[in-house]
Design a protein around this ligand. Structure first.
Ligand code: PMP
Length: 376
C-alpha cells in the first residue's frame, strides 16, 4: 500500500516499516502473548523494550554516562514549567534568561515567569512584519554579541527549532564568549531532535515531545546533566522531579509505554538510515530542494534568514492569499496532506521530518510548480 505524503508539523509522519512492524506485533509481542499496551511497565518484557530504547537513543545522540535520559509525560508545554521547577534553584540567584526567536520560546518565557527572576537575553520579535498579520514575524536569530546573559543565571533557554516560524539554530552559542561560562544551556529541541548530529556535552538539559521525529504523542524525552539534578523546588510534583524519575529508570510513575515502544522501533529505523549523520544528509537534500524552488519563484515566499532556515519546518506564503483555499484543496487531491500553516501565522507549512522521503518533497515541488503555472 502506498500512502499520501503527510507534511503535518506533529503528530507527524512515521516510517511505513515501523508502523507495519507495530501492526504485526500488535496482538502478540515476541511470543509474550500480549500486546505491548497490555504489559506491566515493570515486567521483564517492557523492561527490555525500555532499556533497549534508551540504549539506542544514547548511541544515536552520543549521550555520555553523566547525563540522564528520561522518558516522561507532559510534552513540550509541560516542560516549560518542569524545567524551571527543576533548575531554577540550582543557583542562589534563581534567575534564568531566555532567547526569544519564535512562538515556542515566547511561550516558554511566559510560563517560566512563575518560578523565578526571568529575563529576555535577546529577541527577534521586532522583525519585519509579513503581509497583514498582526503579529511579529520571527525571521532571524539575534547576533550573539547582543545577547545579555547574566553570569549567575541558573540557565539560558533557547528553542533550537521554532516549529511555527521555521527558525533553526545550526550550532550552540558559546556561552564563555558571552561572559557566562557557567550558565547551562536549556534546549527545546522538540521539532528537530535526531535530525542531525548535535554536541550534547554543551547542553545542560535538552527536551522534546516525541510526536515529530520520534513517535506517538504522549512521550517526552529529557536529557539532563546529572550534576544539575536534585534541587527541584518544593512545589515540583514528584513525578516531574528529574532526579526521582532518573533514580527510578523512568518508571517512577507509569510511563507512556506504547509510545516508548514505537520510539524504540524508530530509533532502530534511524540506525539503519546511517544514524543522525545519515539522516542529516537526507534532510539537507530535502530542504535544499524545497527552499531552492521557493527562492527561485516569484509566486511563493519564505521570509526566514537563509542562515537559520529550518530543515524540518518550512513555512511559506503564496503572494496572493486569496488562492490559499484552492492551493490546499488541490494539494489534498494530489496526495499532499496537512500543508496548512499554523493558525497564528497563516500561509502554508511543509514539515519535512526524518520520515518524509525525498520523493515526498519532490512531489510537493512538482505540485508547487504546477499550481504556479496555472495561477501565476
Ligand atoms: N516546543 C516546540 C518547539 C513545539 O514544536 C511544540 C509543539 N508543536 C511544543 C513545544 C509543545 O509541545 P506539546 O504540544 O507536546 O506540549
Amino acid at each position: 500500500m502506498t500512502r499520501p505524503f503527510n507534511f503535518s508539523a506533529g503528530p507527524a509522519v512515521l516510517p511505513d516499516t515501523v508502523l507495519a512492524q507495530a501492526a504485526s506485533e500488535m496482538l502478540d509481542w515476541h511470543g509474550s502473548g500480549m500486546s505491548v499496551m497490555e504489559m506491566s511497565h515493570r515486567g521483564k518484557h517492557f523492561t527490555q523494550i525500555c532499556d533497549e530504547a534508551e540504549a539506542d537513543l544514547r548511541e544515536l545522540m552520543k549521550v555520555p554516562a553523566d547525563y540522564a535520559v528520561l522518558f516522561m509525560q507532559g510534552g513540550g508545554l509541560a516542560e516549560n514549567a518542569i524545567v524551571p521547577m527543576n533548575l531554577i534553584a540550582t543557583k542562589p540567584s534563581q534567575e534564568a534568561d531566555f532567547l526569544i526567536t519564535g512562538s515556542w520560546s515566547s511561550k516558554s518565557f511566559k510560563e517560566a515567569q512563575r518560578y523565578g527572576d526571568i529575563k529576555v537575553a535577546a529577541t527577534s520579535a521586532d522583525a519585519a512584519r509579513i503581509g497583514d498579520r498582526d503579529q511579529a514575524a520571527f525571521t532571524y536569530v539575534p547576533d550573539a554579541s547582543t545577547w545579555k546573559v547574566r553570569p549567575d543565571a541558573s540557565y539560558l533557554h533557547l528553542c533550537s527549532n521554532e516549529t511555527i516560524d521555521g527558525v533553526e539554530f545550526l550550532d550552540w552559542p558559546d556561552l564563555a564568549a558571552l561572559g557566562a561560562p557557567d550558565v547551562p544551556l536549556v534546549v527545546d529541541a522538540s521539532s528537530h531532535i535526531l535530525s542531525r548530529p548535535i554536541d550534547i556535552n554543551r547542553v545542560g538539559v535538552l527536551f522534546g515531545g516525541a510526536q515529530k521525529n520520534i513517535g506517538p504523542a504522549g512521550l517526552t524525552i529529557v536529557i539532563a546533566r546529572r550534576d544539575l539534578l536534585g534541587k527541584a523546588l518544593p512545589v515540583c510534583p514528584s513525578a516531574f522531579d528529574y532526579s526521582i524519575v532518573d533514580k527510578n529508570d523512568s518508571r517512577y510513575n507509569t510511563p507512556p509505554t506504547y509510545s516508548i515502544y514505537i520510539a524504540g522501533l524508530v530509533f532502530k529505523w534511524l540506525k539503519a538510515q546511517g544514524g543522525v549523520e545519515g539522516i542529516e544528509a537526507a534532510n539537507r537534500a530535502k530542504a535544499d530542494l524545497l527552499y531552492g524552488y521557493l527562492d527561485a519563484s516569484a509566486f511563493y515566499r519564505n521570509a526566514v534568514h537563509p542562515a537559520v532556515r529550518s530543515r524540518m519546518n518550512v513555512p511559506f506564503y503564496l503572494n496572493n492569499d486569496a488562492l490559499n483555499a484552492d492551493f490546499l484543496k488541490g494539494a489534498d487531491e494530489a496526495g499532499l496532506l496537512q500543508l496548512k500553516g499554523h493558525k497564528s501565522v497563516g500561509g502554508m507549512r511543509a514539515s519535512i521530518y526524518n520520515a518524509m522521503p525525498l520523493a515526498g518533497v519532490q512531489a510537493l515541488v512538482d505540485y508547487l510548480k504546477h499550481f504556479e503555472q496555472r495561477h501565476g
